[in-house]
Design a protein around this ligand. Structure first.
Ligand code: ZN
Length: 243
């Protein structure tokens, strides 16, 4: 079975639709690693698109923020404004959907979490050392995470637990070789690796083959919608820069 692996859609329907168009006919099931909402202008549309497909989805920190589960006083003012807007905009049905999302999921050879296996909602795995500290916290060979909005593979290269970061080779299939790995598909709706294109991956769970992908989408159309909702300018401009 082939899996469409997505994360951090962040209420960006235009990016989400571009990913679905690009991957059309190439997957049977969706794994979504959380943060379906927050930041972008289309929270209901993104939740409903996801719900219309065969999928499983994890809870991210922004999903929890939209549910009022977090104290958002520590968020910066732009993020706080976006959270409040999202909370007011989500329908009762879509809020109920987000309420039920689990924080981790183990399926076959894969453990899924939004942030990390040891701190599923919160921790950012931004470097090999943090990845290395997380390997003891899951039992499967592979773990998939999102949250940083940066596509990468962390691989344990020896029995001592030394871990290396491998940058994605887009549109190239990588056979997961049995060495333990923590893999991030990147963000659909708000990439932060200086590349504004939507990021996602295709995973074949029978052959353990992983493929990182990027696809351009109509960023000005999303920015225009964000301006009609009077969303913070910093959140609007960052989309075109990929940070
Ligand atoms: Zn996110």
């Amino acid at each position: 079975m082939r899996i469409l692996v997505i994360s951090d859609i962040h209420a960006n329907l235009t990016a989400f639709e571009s990913v679905l168009k690009d991957a059309k006919g190439q997957w049977e099931y969706v794994w979504c690693l959380g943060d379906v909402v927050g930041y972008g202008p289309d929270p209901n549309e993104c939740v409903e698109q996801l719900r219309s497909m065969p999928h499983l989805c994890l809870a991210g920190n922004h999903d929890w923020a939209a549910l009022g589960r977090l104290d958002i006083r520590t968020f910066n003012p732009d993020a706080r404004k976006a959270v409040n807007w999202t909370r007011e905009t989500l329908t009762a049905e879509n809020t109920a959907y987000l309420e039920d999302l689990p924080t981790t999921f183990v399926i076959g050879d894969y453990t899924l979490a939004h942030g990390s296996p040891r701190e599923p909602v919160w921790e950012y795995i931004l470097e090999p050392l943090i990845a290395a500290l997380n390997f003891p916290h899951f039992e499967t060979p592979y773990c998939l995470v999102g949250h940083t909005h940066q596509p990468v593979i962390y691989e344990q290269v020896n029995d001592k637990g030394d871990t290396e970061a491998i940058m994605p080779a887009y549109r190239q299939q990588r056979h997961l070789n049995g060495r333990r790995q923590i893999i991030n598909p990147g963000s659909v709706g708000q990439p932060r690796d200086q590349n504004p294109d939507a990021a996602y991956a295709i995973l074949d769970v029978e052959t353990n083959t992983w493929e990182h992908r990027r696809i351009a989408y109509d960023i000005p159309a999303v920015q225009k919608r964000m301006r009609t909702f009077d969303m913070p300018e910093r959140l609007i401009t960052r989309l075109e820069h990929g940070w």
